[in-house]
Design a protein around this ligand. Sequence first.
Ligand SMILES: [Fe+2]
Ligand SMILES: [Fe+2]
Length: 472
Amino acid sequence: MISAERIPNNVNLSGNKRLQRALEHWQPKYLQWWRDMGPQGFQDYHQVYVRTAVSVDPKGWAHFEYVKLPEYRWGIFLAEPTPDRRIGFGDFYGKEVWQDVPGEFRNQLRRLIVTQGDTEPASVEQQRWLGQRCPSLYDLRNLFQVNVEEGRHLWAMVFLLHSHFGRDGRDEAEELLERQSGNRDKPRILEAFNEPIENWLDFFMFTMFTDRDGKSQLMSLSESSFDPLSRTTRFMLTEEAHHMFVGETGIARILERTSELLKESGYSEDVRKLGGIDLPTIQKHVNLWVSLSLDLHGGEVSSNAASYFANGLKGRAQEARYEDHFVKETSYTLQAVEDGKVVTRDVLMRHAMNEVLRDWYVGDCLGGITRWNRILEGHGLSDRLYLPDRKFNRHIGQFRGLHFDPWGQAVSAEEWARRRYEWLPSPADKAYLLSIQNEPIYEPGKFANYIAPPRKGINNQPINFEYVRTEM
Ligand SMILES: [Fe+2]
Ligand SMILES: [Fe+2]
């Protein structure tokens, strides 16, 4: 029996019998999925110090306590409604927002919600073995925090499907639990969510760059004329911020440690000999996860994106900052491929909406790279990390099938084959990373040799707090 109290919510769940019944039907399948595909080895005998969303109050939405993971209270929250909210872009600009799905946009909206929803359980699946290799209890707890919140984001999308899309919505909600990351027959919808996340460098890069794609998508969906989608995604963004914090500070702490090791060795030694992660390996992982996440923004020129914008379903990040919300005649200059050559071309702005969002994303990533480089600078190192060019290693859009180096210079297929492991993680790099992450660290306050401790603990707890407790 599902009770409104068990599921923290602000959608009047107890007053909506139909929705309650639909969720009652879905919840046991969700829990089974969580046990099978969620954190492996941490379901039954561990208590994790996690935060749970219990309201949408900006000051007090998170409640911290020890929880057994399958008993986490996955809730349903919509951000407070904006009074008299109007459509902010596209052909219906200025009209009242919709509380129900308009029939003519039903398929498009469902597709947007399902695509977003599919990424949430996918990332939990990708990360399910990482607990066995964690660099500390602090990091283990952060991993699980991210995991339970991705689970909650799935709930958020399933709530929309159940409450606004009838039978189709219920079917889609089931399928969200049936597709599996990396599964050959039933893969997840988007490619970056089928890539394995085997080690903690991948995990931190994923939360830095792929969760940041989540941020761009959620920002553009939070502009949607379909108000329940806007309000749901707005609240998801508050949780997403922590996921990116985990990624950014995770890499920052690795850079910190790598710099220390370099200093200790008089800058002469290969840091791998000291058990650290060398900067070229870190750069290769930046290149990999940035390029995968650039793909997630879709093709450069897209009639789907144009139609989502025209219909008011998906806007630009921070739409209010723009002056023109129709952008009917405006054009956008982008790099395109003609006869195998890169040229610049003008296209209608509406058709370039994926590229516009990608611009926003690249800018946001650049901020992170700059902050990381300050750490290297502070340690007196001359090496710097950089963002790869957006043409590098692309599998979606017009650059797919062509080869570019990380600075955007075209290279031949032979050169690509010869040099790709200068730019992307090689099997040897992966083997090395696994070798230093072989032994998990479960002792409070202790950290793996390749990563520095954080500046402070979670929720004002000390760094040596027992963030994950084992029950005997
Ligand atoms: Fe998410
Ligand atoms: Fe996330």
